[in-house]
Design a protein. Structure first.
Length: 139
């Protein structure tokens, strides 16, 4: 009798635990704050090019990239009325792409990086999309 009762309680506990979800409070804002703190403490160093990183003795960790998307597709009339916002949008998208590249450097335990190229790309859902490519280093 005790075994049946114990088994029933155990099954009830196991089935109750299947609906438990664990979450985290880490958001992109928290991650961006972490990047800003690294840069402010000079923990994240930007080399001018890969050659200067190699000459300084930095160890290559790998290739990294950052991507950003600014705005959503608009009607042609809305796009014409927002021409003054395009420069702001491009600068914002470029800034976000480089910040995401830095976040990827930090995620692979790097403390230095180079940005080899940033370019505008066509993504169907974005008015302005920027991709930046670079290298992550341990310095």
């Amino acid at each position: 009798m005790f075994r049946i009762l114990f088994f029933s309680v155990l099954c009830l506990l196991i089935s109750a635990c299947t609906s438990i979800r664990f979450g985290t409070n880490v958001t992109s804002d928290i991650l961006q704050t972490q990047i800003i703190e690294h840069v402010a403490r000079r923990d994240l160093y930007q080399f001018m090019d890969d050659q200067s990183a190699h000459e300084s003795g930095a160890r290559l960790l790998g290739r990294v990239q950052g991507e950003s998307c600014y705005g959503t597709n608009q009607s042609p009339a809305d796009a014409r009325s927002s021409k003054s916002n395009r420069n702001i949008g491009y600068e914002f998208a470029y800034s976000q792409a480089t910040e995401r590249l830095k976040a990827n450097v930090i995620n692979i335990d790097g403390n230095a990086y180079t940005i080899n190229q940033c370019r505008k790309v066509a993504l169907g859902r974005c008015d302005i999309a920027i991709q930046c490519y670079g290298q992550a280093y341990s310095y």
